[in-house]
Design a protein around this ligand. Sequence first.
Ligand SMILES: NC(=O)c1ccc[n+]([C@@H]2O[C@H](COP(=O)([O-])OP(=O)(O)OC[C@H]3O[C@@H](n4cnc5c(N)ncnc54)[C@H](O)[C@@H]3O)[C@@H](O)[C@H]2O)c1
Ligand SMILES: [Zn+2]
Ligand SMILES: [Zn+2]
Length: 362
Amino acid sequence: MKAAVMRANKAPLAIENVEIDQPGPGEVLLRTVASGICHSDLHVIEGHLPVPPPCILGHEPAGIVEAVGEGVTGFAPGDPVIGCLTSWCGVCKFCTQGRPYLCPTQFAGRPFGAKPRLAAADGAPIGQFANLSSFAERMLCPERSLVKIRPEMPLDRASLIGCGVTTGLGAVLNTVHVPAGASVAVIGCGGVGLAAIQGARIVGASRIIAVDAQPWKFDLAKALGATDCVDAKAGDPVGAVQALTAGGVDFAFECIGLVPTVQQAVAMTGRGGTTVLVGVVPITEFVPIHAADLTLQEKKITGSYMGSNRFRFDMPKYVDFYLDGRLRLDEMISQRIELDGVNDAFERMRKGESARQVIVFE
Ligand SMILES: NC(=O)c1ccc[n+]([C@@H]2O[C@H](COP(=O)([O-])OP(=O)(O)OC[C@H]3O[C@@H](n4cnc5c(N)ncnc54)[C@H](O)[C@@H]3O)[C@@H](O)[C@H]2O)c1
Ligand SMILES: [Zn+2]
Ligand SMILES: [Zn+2]
């Protein structure tokens, strides 16, 4: 099958012919129909997240089941599914607490010494990213990385739910439970931030302020629910958000992953408010903040990982939201591309020229 392989960091992905194994116990083989391109894939390419090459990236997929392994009863050939990187074990502390997205086994892969799921034409193993690797025509996944969805859901739009939409929507709905009437700022209007804006609209936030350095995104942000937009390049975005909200928002969502924008998110958060860190700051970096802001104004800071999801529960609900018109996914797709165009897509992402880009397979 054809796949885009990361052979080295900071280099274009190589389009290669790759071998994929048959499904073993508990595994499902998929035909990939669509894969969104998330900034976390770019973080890996840039070396900001430690994933060793060779590896096939891509973790925002939708596809059709082709075959199932021994013991798989929940899926059958022909089922439409979404894949999610937070697979779970079901028995650990986090799974039994109702927080399966924190399950420490989620990147475990096949047992040590087993045949690799993915290999080069010469048999050399190729790493599978997050049990998914959706920049490939086929995917071999644990059944616990997949959820079946309604057949009427278009799979190019379903793929967005695999990561970005679940992350942004879930940060609002699951991680901090934004209440109706709250004021919200979302810093960064990529796939994740645009989903956070939609989450804020769906729960009935009063003020939804979109902040981005690319003003062309503001029409889109408004169409998806933003009430106000702040151009981060035109003056001080913190002062602009404070002026719009008499001192700061109840909830500020950082959806970029840069040190200065994390600091801005804390500063935009008003007294008693909550800063939610969704963007992934490169793991080698530290973020200095004024601790007294937290103490004297009782601000809170929390991270939000994969929208604090229980994806077998959340993703079919987000599909319902799309099909009943509450969740707008058509507008979020700025480019549909073929697998061969993946490197150009990352170039557009670096320059801020895209909203969500989706690879659509034949
Ligand atoms: N927490 C999680 O579980 C999780 C899951 C998925 C993605 N992420 C992370 O979320 C972040 C966003 O992902 P994405 O796919 O939406 O990225 P993206 O590249 O599509 O969007 C980023 C946006 O930030 C804007 N931006 C960049 N620099 C800016 C600045 N200085 N000021 C204002 N705006 C600026 C860009 O114009 C763009 O609109 C990434 O760090 C990604 O790794 C986290
Ligand atoms: Zn992602
Ligand atoms: Zn677990």
